[in-house]
Design a protein around this ligand. Sequence first.
Ligand code: ADP
Length: 152
Amino acid sequence: MKKIAVFPGSFDPVTIGHHNIVERAASLFDKVIVAIGNNSDKKSLFTIEQRLLFLQQSFATIENVVIDSYEGLTVDYCKKTDAKYILRGLRNSTDFEFEKNIAQMNQALLADVETVFIICPPSLTAINSSIVRDIYKNGGNIQQFMPPGVKI
Ligand code: ADP
């Protein structure tokens, strides 16, 4: 059976931090689906179309990475796509505390899906979509924080 992982997130916008996690996961799984969880309650800076395009540009050269978006629960999306793994990235203990709760709740909802964590290298711990958004909103250049290939 193929090992399929879903990497869910807002990706508002995708950063070199996300890219590092996906690149490494692509060698562990047969397929990695980078999926924007389209949550209408959460206001995003970039539209869903822009975020999908940035993701496509980011991962165009990694063969087993697929881009998608979904509404509703991540576990339901995993069932739909036959994914048995949820991928999440960790920068620090704050991420861990937050992610642990989501992983345990997802485990309660769907026992046969495992959440797998990949820790980013020290050079990427400060990379954070919300800070990138603030820089962009205030007229700063965010290109260096975005994966090569992304045209903002
Ligand atoms: P969400 O809105 O679900 O937090 P994000 O797009 O902000 O989605 O992040 C998606 C995933 O990527 C999360 O697991 C987050 O911890 C991880 N992530 C974000 N930035 C980095 C980074 N610099 N290094 C490692 N993981 C990261």
